[in-house]
Design a protein around this ligand. Structure first.
Ligand code: 5GP
Ligand code: ZN
Length: 117
């Protein structure tokens, strides 16, 4: 069973923020922003490439609720999902990073455009 399935099943602890029948939201163990919450479907899906449109529609509403709860709905936030090896996905259970609470740097994405790496 993957690490996020264990969190869903309360087999390992997490700092939970919100939960419904389909999703949970909990604070990232190693936050990279003042607010850094992970939104995870309770049913295991490997990555964004495999998710259904139906699940994404529900997840959209859930993410919006997370931003209201954390107070970043008005100030702004970044929503990221890393997909697969080149995307840098480390946990292979679909999750969205909801990050905000400060003006976020754009990191390597603000560097010079890549020239056919
Ligand atoms: P990825 O690189 O797969 O998009 O992101 C995985 C994220 O999960 C990382 O930001 C990492 O800090 C977080 N993470 C990994 N293991 C745990 C855990 O056991 N608990 C919590 N709360 N976050 C975790
Ligand atoms: Zn899983």
């Amino acid at each position: 069973m993957c690490i996020f399935c264990k969190i869903v099943n309360n087999e390992i602890p997490s700092n939970k923020l919100l939960e419904n029948d389909d999703f949970i939201a909990f604070h990232d163990l190693h936050p990279k922003a003042p607010i850094h919450v992970l939104v995870v479907p309770k049913n295991h899906v490997d990555c964004f490439q495999d998710v259904s449109a139906e699940m994404m529609a529900k997840m959209t509403l859930f993410v919006q609720e997370v931003t209201r709860l954390t107070g970043i709905d008005k100030t702004g936030y970044r929503l990221i999902t890393n997909n697969g090896d080149d995307g840098g996905q480390e946990v292979h259970h679909l999750h969205f990073h909801v990050m905000g609470g400060a003006k976020l740097p754009f990191g390597h994405l603000s560097d010079e455009p890549h020239k056919n790496m």
